[in-house]
Design a protein around this ligand. Structure first.
Ligand code: PAF
Length: 287
């Protein structure tokens, strides 16, 4: 696997792939890679001729400086994992290589068609502007045929679908297909996340209650068809908050496409953000 640090070298490699008619798969990441990322990379390697993985802790999507500083980084370990998975290129630029000083300090303007007004977008103003800024830049640079994202960040995936398939930018991405991949969980249900590295062993155990409660909620909705969305939403919040060490920031049951509050459970997904100690965890489940 080749490690690329500059946009210029990246462009050279992409042009060479395009000249040879190769299909390009891209997996954008912020590093601290785990088996969830590995599942995306395996899929990108198997479905394309070449697989590029970007490893870049994108400063413009963090609205909390402490969160950015504490984000786990381990480039050496990431490179070894990607190499073992058969990725062909790892693109690991510095922030200065990715952005000019001006780009770093101004909010990227983008029309989200309202998808940023709920859940993560409401809690982390500007977060998705930064995500779209970096992901659109990666799409321009790598010109992938397919790009792979995890379903754990469900709202992010919905926004990237909108950008690549419906927005004014879409024509510049060619025939790009966005591929959402299932959440990878530990045997005890905890969704894999780079943030789990910041949990103590005790907190890791406590955090397994999140998925347990989400799964129980889906089961009980399926057996008791009359429950209202609002009541189920509140039940989940109360059940998670009743566990010592967990505190819900939001739990919203929304339509899987519009992300607006669901009227019933037919096309609904429940998205949760929970603080486990100081660590903010997200998860979701389809009803
Ligand atoms: O999901 C992530 O890790 C990041 O938001 C992404 C898509 C790599 C953009 O920085």
């Amino acid at each position: 696997m080749q490690i690329i640090e500059t946009k210029e070298e990246l462009r050279r490699q992409v042009e060479a792939c395009k000249r040879q008619g190769k299909m390009i798969g891209l997996v954008p990441t912020m590093g601290a890679l785990h088996q969830g990322h590995a599942s995306l990379v395996r899929r990108a390697v198997s479905e394309n001729d070449v697989c590029f993985v970007s490893v870049f802790v994108n400063p413009t999507q963090f609205n909390n400086k402490e969160d950015l500083a504490k984000y786990p980084r381990n480039l050496q370990r990431d490179a070894e994992l990607l190499d073992s998975l058969g990725a062909h290129f790892m693109f690991a630029p510095t922030p200065e290589e990715m952005y000019s000083a001006e780009e770093m300090n101004t909010t990227f303007a983008y029309d989200f068609e309202g998808l940023d007004k709920v859940m993560e977008g409401k809690m982390r103003p500007g977060h998705f502007n930064g995500v779209v800024q970096v992901v659109s830049r990666l799409f321009y640079l790598v010109q992938p045929n397919r790009a792979y994202f995890g379903e754990k960040d469900y709202q992010q995936l919905a926004i990237i679908h909108q950008m690549a398939e419906r927005s004014a930018l879409k024509d510049t991405f060619g025939d790009l297909k966005i591929i959402g991949c299932p959440i990878v969980r530990q045997a005890d249900g905890l969704a894999l996340s780079s943030r789990n590295e910041r949990l103590s062993d005790k907190e890791k155990k406590i955090a397994t209650n999140i998925y347990r409660i989400l799964s129980e909620s889906v089961k009980s909705v399926k057996s008791a068809k009359s429950a209202s969305v609002e009541a189920v939403q509140q039940e989940v919040i109360d059940a998670i908050n009743a566990i010592e060490g967990l505190e819900v920031e939001y739990y919203e049951i929304v339509d899987q496409s519009t992300l607006l509050p669901a009227k019933d459970f037919s096309h609904a997904i429940g998205c949760v953000t929970v603080y486990c100690g100081p660590v903010r965890l997200i998860d979701n489940i389809k009803y």
